[in-house]
Design a protein around this ligand. Structure first.
Ligand code: WT7
Length: 653
């Protein structure tokens, strides 16, 4: 067994020190009170928090509206504006306080106070209005990890436009699918981005995407991040600064209904095209705000660095919205952890006095490989809380993070959540006793359980489906344009069990130990988790099949020490399988490059094998279990008698 799996039986418990307990805002008794209150009155608990933590232009009187379950509404007769909550409400007391510290790939630093951020967001909001964007219009943002990405998101929120950020690593094809699905009127991009000393063209992908789609896109705003030339299409493309010229630094935020969609964010499922996860304004912002306070003890004094790109939900909730709503300083970094060397993260923590650091297990494992020498060269003494997200963290990486980065004094906050949940769902508070590899317990107001397929609760230590049994404010509202898919995917027990219409099925399997701690086992469907990113096998398969030489493809995951899961592809060609090794290798290379172009480099298969047929049952169903066994290089012990043609297994070995 691999090193990661072999130590998964973890029994260590790490208790918070007295020092830590004294320092954090929430004591154990405060937390007990939160749980007690939420247990007694679920809706009242969230409603009181919504009144206390957010600024409403029109107070709400309705807490939860469940009349159209599973499409729940929270605080539905209230009005507010997300950008006002993240920026304007802090101006009176901290207009000169830093909102954003930005470190560029090349080390240059730019700082924005709350006042400066306000002015930039207002100017850009006015620009969007001048370009014809109104409340409810969709705007696609395809940007590098630079402050203008946050400014663009906040400006959309300010005018009530619905943004949909597409990760800059996605290809033109993936971008086009998303643009088309949103029906966006406007795309915001940059000519290029910089990562690890390299120039990454972005505008080019937008041009390619719009060549064959996006007929509804009228304008493209282009931020010039580098001096590289960029082709501009007359009448459609406008330079960011030219568009902004003459715009006022003031914009009156458009107050929207609490349920008004704040954004769409696309995520993979096991079948079909990516789903546009629709989030609300009020409910989303509430959980974004409180989870930053609860899990990270975030306050105005902190410099908070979440390393996620704004193209993922983590970059929405723990970069653009939550920490600013709390009034903290966020750090944004454009580059990669290994450039100019693998000490970059630790150098940034030192130079900017980062107090809270939030990253993914895959990054920790990658940096751990370089040893403890690098982090020990930097002063990491300001760090007080460390977070992790994206996949289960293996105890070995947990322990390294705890000692080598946190100096044994910072709790590791392992946060389980999803694009669809909007914010943390299962996670420890800083004072909670920690078990490496477990994301501890459900948050107050989050009713999580482990059940079997018929919705019956399971015993401690029994693995089953993770479900959330009551609606919570930041939950997904629907799949954009596809209510039926929303219901089918997330509420499959709607018609089969009592209260099934409020039983959100997560798609992960997990168990709870005898102390009630949750341990995530993995996805139940065929979705891969590669470096903390959810990728649909289906999407990768269709990318492969779109190659002229490929007839059929099946993709499965196999455990990988750094990435969590690696991608194995099984391919049937419509030409002869090359007999020469070198020819085979070059075809493998060709297909990998193809997938990178179709979806993005993160989806590149790690290995590709060829056969004359896929292992299918007589009814034509691909036997993925067998492929997984082959991908891991294990002997097949499963029953293969239902296979149409058992000989194909030999070819793929
Ligand atoms: C899936 C959600 C939430 C932002 C990152 C990914 C896995 C996430 C953990 C964790 C174990 C985790 C789950 C989940 N996952 N965090 N702390 N421990 N697994 O968002 O792309 O929506 O993926 O990531 O499988 O369902 P996403």
């Amino acid at each position: 067994m691999s090193k990661i799996e072999s130590i998964l039986t973890e029994s260590r418990v790490f208790n918070a020190s007295e020092q830590l307990k004294k320092r954090v805002a929430l004591t154990e008794s405060d937390i007990a009170q939160l749980y007690a209150k939420a247990g007694k009155d679920h809706v009242g608990f969230w409603s009181d928090l919504a009144r206390e933590k957010l600024a409403w232009s029109k107070p709400f009187t309705i807490g939860l509206d469940d009349s159209n379950a599973p499409h729940f509404k929270w605080f539905s007769d209230g009005k507010l504006n997300a950008s006002y909550n993240c920026i304007d409400r802090h101006l009176e007391t901290k207009s000169d306080k830093l909102a954003i510290i930005f470190e560029a790939d090349d080390g240059k630093v730019v700082r924005y106070t709350y006042k400066e951020l306000h002015d930039q967001v207002c100017r850009f909001a006015n620009t969007l209005v001048a370009q014809g964007i109104q409340k409810g219009d969709r705007v696609v943002i395809y940007m590098p990890m630079i402050p203008q990405a946050v400014i663009a998101m906040q400006a959309c929120a300010r005018i009530g436009a619905i943004h949909s950020v597409v990760f800059g690593g996605f290809s033109a094809e993936s971008l086009r699918d998303r643009i088309d699905d949103t029906g966006a009127k406007l795309v915001i991009t940059a000519n290029a981005g910089r990562r690890g000393g390299k120039i990454i063209p972005l505008k080019k992908a937008v041009d390619d995407a719009l060549e064959k789609g996006g007929d509804h896109v009228r304008k493209v705003i282009v931020f010039r991040r580098t001096n590289d030339d960029v082709a501009m299409k007359a009448g459609r493309d406008i330079d960011w600064y030219e568009a902004e010229a003459g715009m006022s630094n003031y914009h009156d935020p458009v107050m929207v209904d609490s349920e008004h969609p704040l954004f769409l964010l696309y995520t993979s499922g096991s079948t079909g095209k990516p789903k546009g996860v629709q989030h609300s304004t009020g409910g989303y912002l509430l959980n974004a705000h409180v989870t930053n306070e609860w899990m990270f003890d975030l306050s105005e004094q902190d410099v908070f660095w979440c390393t996620a790109d704004v193209g993922w939900i983590t970059g929405h909730t723990y970069v653009t919205y939550g920490p600013l709503s709390v009034g903290a300083t966020i750090l944004m970094f454009e580059g990669v952890p290994t450039y100019p060397d693998a000490g970059r993260f630790w150098q940034i923590c030192q130079d900017h006095g980062v107090t809270i650091f939030y990253t993914a297990p895959t990054a920790i494992r990658a940096l751990m490989k370089f040893g403890s020498e690098l982090p020990s060269q930097y002063d990491l003494s300001k760090l007080r809380i460390l977070g992790t997200v994206g996949e289960p963290i293996n105890p070995e990486a947990w322990i390294w993070y705890y000692h080598e980065i946190g100096g044994g004094r910072c709790p590791i906050i392992d946060t389980w959540w999803q694009t669809e949940t909007g914010a943390h769902m299962l996670a420890p508070f800083p004072v909670t006793p920690l078990k490496p590899g477990s994301c501890a317990k459900a948050l107050p107001g989050i009713d999580a359980a482990i059940v079997n397929e018929s919705g019956q609760a399971l015993e401690a230590n029994e693995g089953g489906l993770l479900v959330i049994k009551k609606p919570w404010p930041s939950m997904i509202r629907t799949v954009w344009g596809d209510d039926a898919r929303y219901q089918k995917t997330y509420f499959p027990m709607m018609d089969t069990i009592k209260d099934g219409a409020s039983c959100y099925v997560v798609g992960d399997s997990a168990y709870q130990d005898e102390d009630g701690y949750f341990w995530i086992l993995g996805r139940v469907d065929d979705v891969l988790n590669v470096s903390g990113h959810r990728l649909g096998t289906m999407e990768i398969e269709s990318a492969l099949v779109s190659h002229p030489k490929v007839a059929e493809a099946a993709v499965v995951g196999r455990p990988d020490e750094i990435k969590g899961e690696a991608i194995s592809a099984f391919v049937v060609l419509n030409v002869d399988i090359p007999t020469e090794d070198s020819e085979q290798a070059s075809l493998v290379q060709e297909l990998r490059t193809w997938v990178a172009k179709e979806i993005g480099a993160i989806a590149k298969p790690d290995d590709i094998r060829f056969g004359t047929n896929l292992p299918k049952t007589r009814s034509g169903k691909i036997m993925r279990r067998l492929l997984k066994t082959l991908a891991r290089g294990e002997e097949i012990v499963q029953d293969t008698s239902t296979l149409e043609d058992p000989s194909v297994l030999e070819q793929f070995k």
